[in-house]
Design a binder for this molecule. Structure first.
Ligand code: ADP
Ligand code: MG
Length: 251
């Protein structure tokens, strides 16, 4: 890869005896929308938390913007936006106050009013955090991840719990970030989301990479597959399900 913004080599992380991330390696090029796809509990969040320097890995090497985020997490903060599952905001802070506060942490923040507008939060700008619906909190968490104008945005399950219209709004936001020059690392268990948005994906199951490539290449690599969902089913034959022939996909 000519210009990797992120390189992960042999990343491993266990919780006690539970191996959550098992020898995972991948690279992401600058400007890509790269998907980490897999069912709940497959190790996606653990992997990206290690990448963001928010969780200690047990083994492996990570280079994000040329920096080791495990050793120097403070050096990547300015350039990396992370969507937190739980924003940890005070109940009484308003939407605009939260965004303005987070914007103040960065040298060249995004325009707060513009973010309110693209995430459809303008009407809620003076609403207190505790009064927001789940979907509004979710959209605020995305806005907070993007308010620093990050070079790389790490979005973990960005559309979970959103209705179809809000989901499409978040997809447009992701595309817009990329058009503005950012790289997006998108974590999702929602195969259709990855198929629509991502240039390349890795599919992980039980902490291991079971397939890697562009959505279309992966679909083409599995007989009769029409979607990433079909690819996933073919690669993870469960007892009692018909197995599908696979050719070429990485095991
Ligand atoms: P995903 O994001 O794909 O749903 P996670 O990375 O959250 O997966 O979890 C991977 C595995 O590690 C799961 O079996 C989960 O139960 C376990 N796990 C995640 N976080 C912790 C933790 N803090 N302590 C113990 N086990 C954890
Ligand atoms: Mg997760």
């Amino acid at each position: 890869m000519s210009n990797p913004i992120l390189e992960v080599h042999h990343l491993t992380k266990a919780y006690g005896r539970k191996v959550a991330v098992d020898d995972v390696s991948f690279s992401v090029a600058a400007g890509e929308i790269f998907g980490i796809l897999g069912p709940n509990g497959s190790g996606k969040s653990t992997a990206v938390e290690c990448v963001a320097g928010l969780r200690r890995a047990d083994g492996g090497e990570i280079r994000l913007l040329g920096i080791d985020p495990q050793a120097q997490p403070e050096l990547i903060r300015e350039h990396v936006g992370v969507q937190f599952q739980e924003a940890g905001l005070h109940d009484k802070i308003t939407v605009r106050e939260a965004l303005t506060l987070f914007a103040s942490f960065y040298e060249a923040p995004a325009d707060v009013e513009d973010l309110l507008s693209v995430l459809d939060l303008r009407d809620k700008r003076d609403a207190r955090y505790k009064s927001l619906s789940g979907g509004q909190k979710q959209r605020l968490s995305i806005a907070l991840a993007l308010v620093g104008n990050p070079q790389i945005a790490i979005l973990d399950e960005l559309s979970t719990g959103l209705d179809p219209q809000a989901r499409r709004t978040t997809w447009d936001v992701v595309r817009r970030e990329r058009e503005a020059g950012a790289t997006v690392l998108l974590v999702t268990h929602f195969m259709e989301e990855a198929e629509r948005l991502c240039d390349r994906v890795i599919i992980i199951d039980h902490g291991r990479i079971i397939a890697e490539g562009s959505p279309q290449d992966l679909i083409d690599s599995v007989d009769d597959a029409r979607s990433l969902e079909d690819v996933f089913v073919a690669l993870t034959p469960r007892p009692g399900t018909a197995s599908t022939t696979k050719k070429g996909a990485r095991r």
